[in-house]
Structures are given as C-alpha cells and as structure tokens.
Design a binder for this molecule. Structure first.
Ligand SMILES: [Fe+2]
Ligand SMILES: [Fe+2]
Length: 329
C-alpha cells in the first residue's frame, strides 16, 4: 500500500460501484455485465480508470496485490473491449500514416479549439477548470508512454527513450513535466496532489488518459501507442504557445507559464523525433503496424475533440455551466 496514493473515487454507476467496492475490500462483488455499457459514459470510464490506476500509483488503503488479481483483470478486459470497440467504431481507419499526420502539421488560421478560446477570451475560472481537467494526465505525464519501451527495439526504442528523458526532466526532478504542471497548479491556487481532482473529472477527460493506458499496457497496441504519441507531440507545440499567451494575459507569473513555454520548444523537437526515428524505424521493421499507428492518431483526435466539445459546450451555453462534474469552490 502507498500512503501518498489518492483516495478511491466515488462511483458513478454500477460498473464503477462494483470495482470500487471490490478494491475497498467490502466483500466479493460480481460485476454487472459490461456488454451494453456506453463506452464513453461516466460509469465505464471511471471503472476503467480505477483499474488502470493500480498500475501507476494505486489508491490509499487498497492492497497492491489487486494489480494482478485475475477476477479484476477479467472485468478490466471486458471494459477495455467495449472502450476499444467504441474507439474503432468512431474513426475512419486506413493504413496511410503520412496521410493522417500531414493535416496535424498545418495550423488552422481560424482555429476554434480550447487553447484558442483561452488565449483570446478565457477567464481565470475557465483557466483553472482547464488545468484541473488536464491534471488527470499531466501529473502522470509520459508515464503511459513508458509502458511501450520494452516493446520497441533499435532506433525506435532509443529515440522514444530520448523523448521520455525530456518528459521526465532530463535527470532533474524539478524539471519533470509533471512537476512543472504541479507548479502551475500551485500558482493557480489549485491542489497539486496526484489524483486530487479525480472525482470532478468528467468521462471526456478520463477517456483521454484511459486511451493512453489502453495503448500502453497492451503490447498488441504498440503501433497505436506510438501513433498517439506522435499525434500528441505534433499538436502540443502550437497549443502550448497559445496557452502560454493565455496565462500571461491572465496575469500568471513565469513559474506558472514554464510548463507551457517548455513545451513550445521541446515538442517541436519531439515531433520530429517521433515521426522520423520512432515511427520511421518501427514501420520499417513492422510495416504491418501501419493501420494501428493510424488508429492511434485518429483515436487521439477523437478523444481530444470530444473533450474540447464538452468543455466549450459548457462554457458557451446560454447559461454557462462548469465543465467539471462539480464547480470549483
Ligand atoms: Fe511534456
Ligand atoms: Fe513532449
């Protein structure tokens, strides 16, 4: 057990209720059938998130042995099957990697995503909400991608590890991207503790992280993980530039903006390394993975679009509401 680990979250339906009850040791629970659950719904996404978290930091008061409990793994497998099928059903597919990466390299002149909104007219309340959402990933930044390292070889492996070295601070704990994000949270008077906001993060955000864990934890999805990683690095550099401007406009100091300013330069390089060295080498060795790489790119776009649409939908409603499950105090 891990004393610093987050608390188990509150369930959001029968599936997450069953998983949380099992982990809290309140007896043997038979999970309800997963089959007809909404792959993107609050209940399935939280249940899956809790299963995956056992591979990262775990939960306080929960026995570490649950990580490899066959009964829980069977439940997780069913949740994953529904989620993966949901992703596959909603993307175009194909096997032309350049064709799906090319459009990501072009910045729309009149972009309308979250970072554009925050740069041009976001307020401090919206910025804090955005940071709370993203904390679900950024406080474990680049951990899901580390699972793929043993599944790669040669130049693809060496290059991916070089990117991960940067993500983890290049040997300096205070420069780990997860640490820089925690610094930003402190600057915004938010709780930087790992998992502190799990209970208010909606399914749209959990799906972004669950997708990474799904791709990372399955060797069979190594192509999808590298495709996802490349897509994420390509799109981060320009959006980090907009976020740095948003923070400056809203009066956040340099300790807060460092997370984003660091990513403007770093991800411009990471993008090249991922495309040329990681994907280039991987597809030379295993050309049959091209369709999985394409799936990883398209699934990333899908979950990010769903997340952005949810948040902007809440903020731009006739009666604006919080995009979190509960508004921040
Ligand atoms: Fe990073
Ligand atoms: Fe990066």
């Amino acid at each position: 057990m891990n004393g610093d680990a987050p608390k188990l979250p509150s369930p959001r339906g029968p599936l997450s209720e069953a998983v949380v009850t099992m982990l809290s040791g309140r007896g043997d629970v038979v999970a309800p059938p997963v089959g007809d659950a909404d792959p993107f719904g609050e209940d399935l996404q939280l249940a899956l998130y809790v299963c995956y978290e056992l591979h990262y930091r775990g939960f306080s008061g929960v026995d570490d042995a649950w990580e490899w409990d066959p009964g829980l793994l069977r439940v997780r497998g069913e949740l994953e099957r529904v989620f993966e099928a949901g992703l596959r059903a909603r993307v175009a597919g194909g096997d032309d990697v350049d064709e799906v990466l090319e459009p990501l390299l072009v910045e729309p002149v009149d972009g309308d995503g979250l970072s554009y909104h925050l740069k041009d007219r976001g307020d401090r309340r919206q910025l804090r909400e955005y940071v709370v959402h993203r904390s679900i990933y950024h406080l474990k930044e680049a951990d899901p991608h580390a699972w793929v390292i043993p599944r790669l070889t040669g130049r693809a492996k060496a290059a991916l590890v070089a990117v991960e070295f940067d993500e983890f601070g290049g040997g300096r704990a205070e420069m780990m991207h997860s640490r820089l994000f925690a610094d930003l949270m402190e600057e915004l008077d938010l709780d930087p503790a790992y998992g502190a906001y799990l209970d208010v993060a909606p399914a749209q955000m959990l799906a972004v992280v669950n997708m990474m864990s799904l791709f990372g934890l399955h060797r069979s999805l190594r192509g999808a993980l590298t495709g996802h990683f490349a897509a994420a690095e390509i799109t981060t550099s320009p959006s980090a530039r907009r976020m740095a401007l948003a923070l400056e406009r809203l009066g956040v100091g340099p300790r807060g903006t460092l997370f984003f300013t660091e990513h403007v330069e770093a991800d411009a390089v990471h993008e090249q390394v991922l495309r040329t060295d990681v994907l280039g080498d991987l597809l030379e060795r295993e050309p049959e993975l091209a369709a999985d790489v394409v799936f990883g790119v398209q699934a990333t776009e899908l979950v990010e679009e769903r997340f952005g649409a949810h948040v902007l939908g809440c903020w731009r409603a006739a009666e604006p509401v919080s995009s979190l499950l509960r508004p921040l105090p």
